[in-house]
Write a protein that binds this ligand. Structure first.
Ligand SMILES: [Zn+2]
Ligand SMILES: [Zn+2]
Length: 407
């Protein structure tokens, strides 16, 4: 059971969000709330950004997320605050990509691997249909070559510095006290890593999907004493004007008018392969608002296969404007169309004629009461039914009460 949803709310996601949802939501929120992108910088905007980062750092780590789900916000915050070196309050808002990388704190002992470097990659539906290559520029931290990641100037090993030779040697922990003889590496300013501009070519294969991950093993930020995590791209497909997609289906919505629905029509559309396609529907087959047609093999390519999904066309029908036909034409229509149904009623019964007026379709947007009741019944836990049955028995064994209730 989840204790609270505060961190999920910060990223505007649901508690059952998957890993990709969390990453994408974080990027969207971080971009929106990043102090550099805000016109007015104030303390609130910076703390909001830090909260978003905190939410991401907790939720993007499986164990941290589990801890948060079970123990809630306060306990998680407290736990993070205890980690002195990487305290939540020590974050800087300078580089939000940095937070994906540099805070490798965990509540539990996990293998020392730098965090995956994750970027969303914008693609079009056409890219996913045809396959393409994308170039991507990014910055990554690499171990300083000039000092081999020690952070210190290279010194002659035969002549070990007499002043600090008695200091403890630990390849993972940088010795902070340095004397004048062995000063910091000038290339990395003692940081042990340097930032490098990189360019990478990403192969988008035919049939790949929105939110699919493409991973490059071991290309994340480097850190001495750590294994290097992965560079990961998450495909973000932009909306297409004509088509939407479900699995390997392409879906197209098409509106026709009443005449076309009854007498036939032609559809002309440009497919993702670039070609103009035509579909002719001759009259006699009537189309209505729920008509769905499928065209085999005109959907998306199936990944790692030469096969294609289907194209689905969903139809809707526009009726002519009210009062656009005069009575004469309506008479003709009536002669052509199937006859009206006759209403049966008892001859001797009096009928009251009433008139209706037109209201907007949003005027009455409610379920009827019995529909609501049945819907609620379906959602009731099992105990609720047991109680109901008990009460039923009681009523049945006590007819007096039933009478009372129905009065
Ligand atoms: Zn020294
Ligand atoms: Zn260096």
């Amino acid at each position: 059971m989840i204790k609270d949803t505060l961190l999920y709310d910060l990223l505007s996601i649901k508690p059952d969000a998957c890993e990709n949802d969390i990453i994408v939501a974080y990027y969207e929120m971080a971009e929106r709330h990043h102090p550099e992108n805000l016109k007015e910088k104030n303390h609130d905007s910076i703390s909001k950004f830090d909260e978003i980062k905190f939410a991401y750092d907790v939720l993007s780590n499986e164990q941290n997320r589990k801890f948060y789900d079970e123990n809630g916000y306060e306990a998680t915050k407290e736990m993070f605050d205890k980690q002195d070196e990487f305290s939540y309050d020590n974050y800087t808002s300078q580089n939000y990509y940095g937070s994906l990388i540099n805070n490798e704190y965990d509540f539990y002992q996990t293998p020392k691997i730098t965090k995956n470097l994750v970027f969303p990659l914008k693609v079009s539906l056409k890219d996913l249909y045809r396959g393409t290559k994308k170039n991507f520029d990014y910055q990554v931290l690499v171990i300083c070559k000039d000092c081999d990641g020690t952070g210190f100037k290279k010194v002659n090993t035969d002549k070990k510095c007499p002043k600090c030779s008695d200091q403890e040697e630990d390849s993972n922990v940088r010795i902070r006290e340095i004397c004048s003889e062995c000063s910091e590496c000038l290339t990395c300013a003692g940081e042990r890593v340097v930032q490098e501009e990189k360019k990478i070519e990403i192969n988008i294969e035919k049939g790949m999907r929105h939110r699919q991950q493409i991973a490059f093993t071991g290309l994340s930020n480097q850190k001495p004493g750590y294994e290097t995590g992965d560079l990961i791209f998450i495909l973000e497909q932009s909306k297409h004007d004509t088509f939407s997609r479900h699995e390997d289906y392409l879906i197209m919505k098409h509106t026709i008018n009443l005449t076309e629905a009854l007498c036939g029509f032609k559809i002309l559309f440009r497919h993702l392969d670039g070609r103009l396609k035509a579909i002719t529907c001759s009259g006699g087959e009537y189309f209505h608002n729920q008509t769905v047609k499928s065209i085999p093999k005109l959907g998306m390519p199936k990944l790692n296969s030469s096969d294609y999904g289907d194209l689905i066309i969903k139809f809707s029908v526009n009726f002519p404007e009210s009062k656009s036909l005069n009575l004469e034409k309506i008479k003709i229509l009536e002669e052509i169309l199937p006859p009206k149904r006759t209403i049966e009623f008892k001859e001797d019964e009096k009928i009251v004629e009433v008139t209706s007026k037109h209201v907007d379709k949003n005027f009455f947007d409610y379920e009827s009461d019995d529909e609501i009741r049945y819907a609620v019944d379906e959602n009731l836990p099992e105990e609720a039914f047991l109680i109901k049955e008990d009460m039923q028995e009681e009523f049945e064994s006590n007819p007096q009460r039933i009478e009372c209730n129905t009065q």
